[in-house]
Every structure is written in structure tokens, then in C-alpha cells.
Design a protein around this ligand. Structure first.
Ligand SMILES: CC(C)(COP(=O)(O)OP(=O)(O)OC[C@H]1O[C@@H](n2cnc3c(N)ncnc32)[C@H](O)[C@@H]1O)[C@@H](O)C(=O)NCCC(=O)NCCS
Ligand SMILES: Nc1ncnc2c1ncn2[C@@H]1O[C@H](COP(=O)(O)OP(=O)(O)OP(=O)(O)O)[C@@H](O)[C@H]1O
Length: 228
């Protein structure tokens, strides 16, 4: 199985690119969705986070007040590091299960959309790594517009991540998303053909088909040996 890493910065366009992959029939594991499930009321992650940050981060429904928690962690490095530490094991386990589900379904190529792929050192599990890059100016503008944030809040969120230029330097494939959606589509089609190229042998052995081939060969080998 080929596990493509999709990353970038906040509001650089990862979800937009993820949706293009999904429309092309490629399954996507979304780390933000996994992280949201980790914070659902009553879950193990919720208990740890509420234990550390206190009940003031809860809404009357006892769900986490995400904008409030966001405000706290994106304006304090130590609080953000604490949240990352508490949630990381749940998020990585959640991502692992989602990948396993796709493996069991027989997917040959999957995309994992992880905003903090490099920061969380998960990059070694994915190949190739696609970085959706935009200039700081575009990033700030799109983030403020999409989330209705002040410039200060938007800058705090951008500063909480590794710079997009550093991420670009670690990428196997870069999508420059400064232009419009037509331009993005054009680049995406090139990335898609790269990602759909035949699996390498290593990728094949990692797929469900590869594992069954190994199992089949072993069973056949044993049966042949028994007859000798
Ligand atoms: C702080 C929280 C509650 C804010 O929730 P909110 O709904 O406002 O934002 P959302 O979850 O949609 O995240 C939006 C974007 O913020 C960025 N971001 C989220 N968490 C972090 C973080 N800890 N450090 C840096 N950037 C982050 C990502 O680019 C993400 O795509 C939430 O982001 C969270 O639980 N973060 C910790 C979990 C995490 O690390 N998520 C990233 C997945 S790898
Ligand atoms: N090429 C583009 N032209 C114009 N707007 C775009 C383009 N690509 C993305 N956008 C817009 O920019 C905003 C951010 O994009 P998107 O939500 O895909 O980013 P993201 O990287 O997934 O963000 P996050 O890290 O917060 O999940 C959205 O409002 C989206 O519609």
C-alpha cells in the first residue's frame, strides 16, 4: 500500500486538495477529523484534556468549547505543548486504525492529511509527501476570511506551526496554491498521475493483496513440501 502524506500550513488548502483526492476515488484519512473524535464528550482524550485544562473549557452540553480551547492554546506555547502531549497518543492510534481499515478494504493508495506531519514526526511513515504551499500573505488572508479571525489571532495560529517554507523544503511534491482553483486543479491532475503510478515491490508487499500473496505462497509451499 502506498501511504501518501498530505500536509501544509493552516488554511494553505489541504482540505481543498483532500476533496479533490476523494472526488478522484482515493480514500483520505483526515487527522483533523480523528482529533475531533478524540475530544468527543466522555472519550479517553476528553477526560485527559478536561483533567488538565479544567471544566472552564466545557460548554453547558459538556462538549469541549473548541474556539475557547483554541484561543488558549494558540496564544500560549506551553498550553499548546501540553495539549499536543495529551492528545498525541490518541491521534496517532486513531490514524493507525483508519489506515488499517483502508488496508482491510484492499486500498492500494491512500492519502493521510496531517497538518502536523513534520512537527509530529510522522513523515517517516508516508511516501511521497505532498506539501500544499502558499505565501504567508495568502495564508493570512485566507485564514482570516475563512475563520473570521483577527490578524493577531490568525498570526498566532500560523506561528504555532513549522514555517511553510521549511515544509516545502522537505516535500517530495509541492503544490503551489497561491493561484486560483483552476490552477490548483491543473497541478492536482499532475500530482494524481504521479500518485497513481504502479506500486513499487515494497508498496505491493504492504498491501492486502501482497500480504495474501505471501500467505498463499507459504501455504502452497507447505503443501508441496508435505507431498515430497
Ligand atoms: C485547539 C483545537 C481544539 C481548536 O479547534 P478548532 O475547531 O478551532 O480548529 P481545528 O481542529 O479545525 O484545526 C484547524 C487547524 O489548526 C491547526 N492546528 C490544530 N491543532 C494544532 C496544534 N496543536 N498546533 C499547531 N496547529 C494546530 C491545523 O492546521 C488544523 O488544520 C483543535 O485544533 C485541537 O484539538 N488541536 C489539537 C489536536 C491537533 O494537534 N490537531 C492537529 C491534527 S495533527
Ligand atoms: N486556490 C484557491 N483559491 C481561492 N481560495 C482557496 C484556494 N484554495 C483554498 N482556498 C480557500 O482557502 C481557505 C483554506 O483552505 P482549506 O480549508 O482547504 O485549508 P486547510 O489547509 O485544510 O486548512 P486547516 O489547516 O485549517 O484545516 C478555504 O476557505 C478555501 O476555500
Amino acid at each position: 500500500m502506498r501511504i501518501v502524506g498530505l500536509t501544509g500550513g493552516i488554511a494553505s488548502g489541504k482540505s481543498t486538495v483532500s476533496n479533490l483526492f476523494k472526488s478522484s476515488g482515493i480514500p483520505v484519512v483526515d487527522a483533523d477529523v480523528v482529533a475531533r473524535n478524540v475530544l468527543k464528550k466522555g472519550s479517553g482524550g476528553w477526560k485527559r484534556v478536561v483533567g488538565a485544562f479544567g471544566e472552564e473549557i466545557l460548554l453547558p452540553s459538556r462538549e469541549v468549547d473548541r474556539p475557547k480551547l483554541g484561543q488558549m492554546v494558540f496564544s500560549s506555547d506551553s498550553k499548546r505543548q501540553l495539549l499536543n502531549k495529551l492528545m498525541a497518543p490518541y491521534i496517532s492510534t486513531g490514524i493507525f486504525w483508519e489506515i488499517l481499515k483502508q488496508w482491510a478494504k484492499g486500498a492500494k493508495v491512500i492519502v493521510v492529511d496531517i497538518p502536523l506531519l513534520f512537527e509530529a514526526k510522522m513523515d517517516k511513515w508516508t511516501k511521497p509527501i505532498v506539501v500544499v504551499w502558499v505565501s504567508e500573505e495568502t495564508q493570512l488572508k485566507r485564514l482570516m476570511e475563512r475563520d473570521g479571525l483577527s490578524e493577531e489571532d490568525a498570526r498566532n495560529r500560523i506561528m504555532a506551526q513549522m514555517s511553510l517554507d521549511s515544509k516545502r523544503s522537505k516535500a517530495d511534491v509541492v503544490i503551489d496554491n497561491n493561484g486560483g482553483l483552476d490552477e490548483l486543479n491543473h497541478q492536482f491532475n499532475m500530482v494524481l498521475s504521479e500518485i497513481r503510478r504502479p506500486l513499487t515491490w515494497t508498496e505491493f508487499w504492504r498491501s492486502r493483496q501482497g500480504a495474501f500473496s505471501v500467505l498463499g505462497s507459504v501455504v502452497l509451499g507447505v503443501l508441496v513440501c508435505k507431498r515430497l
